[in-house]
Write a new protein. Structure first.
Length: 68
């Protein structure tokens, strides 16, 4: 009985660690990467000013990325 409890706790901890690792990877992939001013204009984008957030690149596909 005690062995089952220990194995259950180990399995739960491993599952939780796996879920949090997957969440961190997908959160990193979901955030938009930074782009330079030169890369923005080369990609056909426009540099726009955002209040209290600095400048961003508005790309032709409708996405915006922060300027580095």
């Amino acid at each position: 009985m005690r062995v089952r409890r220990i194995l259950g706790l180990a399995l739960a901890a491993a599952t939780l660690a796996g879920v949090s690792a997957v969440g961190a990877v997908s959160a990193g992939a979901a955030s938009s990467p930074n782009i330079s001013r030169d890369d923005c204009t080369a990609a056909g984008g426009q540099i726009v000013s955002r209040p209290y957030a600095g400048y961003a690149c508005a790309l032709p596909d409708g996405t915006t990325q922060a300027i580095t």
